[in-house]
Ligand binder design. Structure first.
Ligand SMILES: Nc1ncnc2c1ncn2[C@@H]1O[C@H](COP(=O)(O)OP(=O)(O)O)[C@@H](O)[C@H]1O
Ligand SMILES: [Mg+2]
Length: 379
């Protein structure tokens, strides 16, 4: 292999995930360029060269990929056609555009899971007539748009006949409303050499108002047998996809004790941010190792961790003002991450705080305090 200090990594997307990925790539000696529509995006602030362009701009994506030795991405909603062409021409893109194409469309994900006998919630495509198909499927149900959804956008719970009037008007499917005990996630890395490593099972808790992941607890406070099952299921997802890189597998633990796959992210994931402080190798470094064909690092968790997202306060929009950072930095075991986004808006992910502690309950208490103290307003 060439001297890695001279290898160029191209990342499509320069938000917080791109920034944290770039930091790890740079630590290893790679040169990093990003493509992002927002000038001065978070990744550009850590010294990455930036191509300012839309995620569907075929010409600019081509520019990034052709000048990089290895290309990757931090978001799914990008132009896969041009990536497919580039891969055919011999450029290296990980995870592959074929894997991305499956992930980008949640109905293709569901089909892939079912084809591989991976447990997932009962579902049905909406073919033509939404009203009669919902009646057929039965209420309550969850309607999901096939493409374009994230952070709860594109997911609608239908409880009553009345709710059907507000149903999504796009390609979609119905899913049974799962009786969730808690939501779990596992990060799995698979390298170009086929080596696989997985991180501990974590719990994800959601902000009810915005249906956005809010708190991550590592390790999950569930029976070890359930953790074993969830890990096996997560690994089988990545093996079935044949993907290269890091993947976040979101799962439901039902009240009846079953583990069902919800969805798969083909990139570092919010539920894996805790790995930066709490694991031997962070999810971001692991991703870089996986796509560069380097040996994977240990995924061992050294101590419990709780991560809370810092979301933009309701009622504030514009240039962010961070309140309470000093108070949070005074909490033992707290690490504050501010993404450097130029503007805040309600519920936008602006940063996160990870608390590590040998006592998970103490970490939880301290994370609650951090969440209360650190507010993103504007001014
Ligand atoms: N079938 C379901 N039953 C119950 N809750 C669900 C179901 N599907 C999704 N949800 C809830 O909505 C959240 C977002 O759904 P998800 O499919 O993960 O979309 P997104 O792409 O926005 O993350 C989930 O984390 C879960 O809290
Ligand atoms: Mg999700």
């Amino acid at each position: 292999m060439k001297n890695i200090a001279y290898l160029k990594i191209g990342i499509i997307g320069g938000g917080q995930l791109g920034k944290m990925m770039a930091l790890e790539a740079k630590k290893l000696g790679f040169f990093v360029s990003v493509l992002d529509p927002t000038p001065g995006c978070p990744a550009s602030q850590v010294g990455c060269e930036q191509i300012v362009a839309d995620f569907y701009d075929a010409q600019k994506i081509r520019e990034l990929v052709t000048k990089s030795d290895i290309s990757t991405y931090e978001i799914e909603h990008i132009n896969t056609n041009v990536l497919k062409d580039l891969a055919k021409e011999g450029y290296t893109v990980h995870p592959s555009p074929e894997v991305l194409e499956i992930i980008k469309d949640k109905s293709l994900q569901k089909k892939m899971l079912i084809r591989n006998n991976i447990p997932t919630a009962r579902w049905k495509m909406v073919e033509k007539n939404l009203v009669s198909e919902i009646a057929d499927f039965g209420l309550p149900a969850v309607q999901k748009s096939c493409r374009g959804g994230y952070d709860g956008r594109g997911v609608l719970v239908l409880r009553t006949e009345e709710d059907i009037k507000g149903a999504l008007k796009c390609d979609s499917f119905l899913e049974e409303l799962v009786d969730i005990d808690r939501e779990l996630a596992v990060m799995v890395a698979r390298s170009t050499r086929g080596e696989i490593k997985w991180y501990p099972v974590v719990e994800m808790a959601f902000d009810e108002r915005a249906n956005i992941c809010d708190t991550v607890i590592a390790p999950a406070r569930v029976d070890p047998k359930i953790c074993q099952t969830a890990s096996e299921i997560a690994v089988s997802c990545v093996e079935a996809l044949g993907g290269t890189g890091i993947f976040g597998i979101e799962m439901f633990l039902t009240k009846a004790g079953k583990v069902l796959v919800n969805e798969i992210a083909p990139r570092p994931h919010n539920s894996g941010h805790y790995t930066i402080e709490a694991c031997a190798t962070s999810q971001f470094e692991q991703h870089i190792r996986a796509i560069a064909g380097l040996p994977l690092g240990s995924a061992e968790l050294f101590f419990p961790a709780v991560m809370v997202n810092i979301l933009g306060e309701e009622g504030y929009e514009g240039r962010p003002l961070y309140e309470g950072i000093e108070d949070v930095l005074a909490i033992p075991g707290a690490s504050v991450h501010i993404y450097g986004k130029k503007t805040t808006k309600p519920f936008r992910k602006m940063g996160h705080v990870t608390i590590v502690d040998r006592d998970i309950n103490r970490a939880l208490e301290r994370a609650e305090i951090a969440k209360r103290k650190l507010k993103v307003k504007s001014g």
